[in-house]
Design a protein around this ligand. Sequence first.
Ligand code: TXA
Ligand code: MG
Length: 339
Amino acid sequence: MNQDEINAAAQTLLDGKLLGLPTETVYGLAADATNDAALHAIFALKGRPQNHPLIIHLHDEAKLDDWAINIPQAARALAKAFWPGPLTLILQRAPHVSAVVTGGQDTVGLRCPAHDVAQAVLKRFAAVGGSGAVAAPSANRFGKLSPTTAAHVREEFTKANPPLLVLDGGACEVGIESTIVDCSRLTETGQPVVLRPGAISAAQIATALGGGVYVDKPNTNATTPRVSGSLDSHYAPQTEMVLVPSDVFDEFVVEKLMQGAVVGTLRFSEGVSAALGGEPTTEKEIKVAKNAKTYAHDLYANLRKLDHAHCDLIAVETPPQSAEWLGVWDRLSRGAYRE
Ligand code: TXA
Ligand code: MG
């Protein structure tokens, strides 16, 4: 990425326009966090309800006190341990923080992204007289799959007017959204709460705190092909998606095929057509490694591929139940949920 592109991006933010910004987690749809008109444009372009708060991205940890008040020691310890990196802290908002960015709440989400391009844009945006604070939700239409490449962002917003400037920072290293830790209201025992699991695990957080952290666990014990209805539909492909346990996977897919359905699969072993003695159809049968990091890295790109493969149904093999898979479980469960 050359400096001209970084300068143009900073100017775009100064002008109150939107920007497709790479981060190490997923691409963000970025705007000046102090410009309400620009913030409204984010909600409009995403089709996102106004009461869903946005995360503010900052260049470094030193900026924490500009945006939050009553910051507990736990939050400072987490910022020190994990910033810049894939961690968002929820804190009590400073009085000047726009109600548009917080969705009208008394708290604010803050994060310092680690991606070089995000870092360079934030730095430049401050240097040219901007606020240096960038609100950025994932750069996808509301409820859909998050983007992990510049091409994904362009594909989400082909009709944006004016056309969206998208910086190409390559494929996102992490692949799923940041871990969110609520430090605005601690539990009775003084613990922050993990609101969204991500690459930074609860164990890492607990270690950095020298104490515990409370995790609201997603449902990881699906034993039937249907996910329980307690989760909101989110991170979802267009095509219906079903989580299917390993031991009934072939049976499930073969039955669907016999009913005449076109089935796409995301699984840890060779595809169903191979099991049936046929040739694997690469665009419909994706084999993934049983490694939580690489799985997360490729998750949204794989689901997008399957979504484009003209299937009636996407069957996803349930991952292992161990802690490092929590972030993946969370995204899969929400993606598979249908009202
Ligand atoms: O990795 C990420 O966090 C990406 C990249 C672009 O930084 N951003 C992202 O933003 O995932 P978004 O808007 O797609 O998801 C933000 C989540 C939402 O579920 C929102 O409700 C929650 O963060 N959030 C933001 N501010 C909050 C607050 N004050 N209290 C509780 N939840 C908050
Ligand atoms: Mg999102």
